[in-house]
Design a protein around this ligand. Structure first.
Ligand SMILES: [Zn+2]
Length: 187
């Protein structure tokens, strides 16, 4: 009989849906749509249940491409496409130590939140935008998964901090990652 673990993921929209079958772990998952994101701060959640590993990253678009709102110029549109391509290539994003995890699915989406207008006028965009990437893996040796290294701060120079929360069958934790500290120990 596994322990009942409760985590609170305020930023994770997609994750809530993906995690429908993780209800044993996530007895209470609440999303607060009112929270405006903070530039420089991304959110990462990791859940390992049996052989299924889910990783979701949510970042302010500002941290990825340097602007928010609808892309207007060709340069802006190109940088979004480049960012999506970077996020879709798993070697750019995550490194696993142990676990024998194979990619099953990657879903990268871009969202503009027009209901959350910026209150500070120094920004030259009128909406908050976020990019979300959801990765699904099948790990044939899940008990051997020791560490996950997150390469995103190395890929996107504007990304400053990532607040990571993780849960496995045996443990859970949270850690703040950056360029210099980008490995999560799952033990
Ligand atoms: Zn913003």
């Amino acid at each position: 009989m596994g322990k009942l673990l409760v985590l609170y993921f305020p930023k994770m929209k997609t994750f809530n849906c993906v995690l429908a079958n993780f209800s044993l772990f996530f007895a209470s998952v609440v999303h607060s749509a009112q929270d405006a994101h903070v530039h420089g701060l991304s959110h990462l959640t990791i859940a390992l249940e049996k052989q299924t590993l889910l990783v979701e990253i949510n970042s302010p678009l500002m941290d990825i491409v340097g602007f928010e709102g609808e892309p207007r110029t060709k340069v802006q549109k190109d940088s979004i496409e480049r960012a999506k391509a970077t996020l879709r290539k798993i070697d750019n994003v995550l490194i696993f130590k142990g676990g024998s995890c194979l990619k099953k699915n990657i879903d990268v989406t871009l969202g503009h939140d027009h209901s959350n207008e910026h209150s500070h006028s120094e920004h030259d965009h009128d909406t908050h935008s976020e990019i979300s990437a959801v990765y699904k893996f099948k790990c044939s040796e899940p008990e051997e998964l020791q560490e996950i290294t997150v390469l995103l701060p190395n890929q996107f120079s504007r990304m400053e901090k990532i607040k990571a929360q993780w849960v496995t069958a045996n443990a859970q934790g949270q850690v703040t990652l950056d360029k210099n500290k980008n490995t999560i120990n799952l033990r």
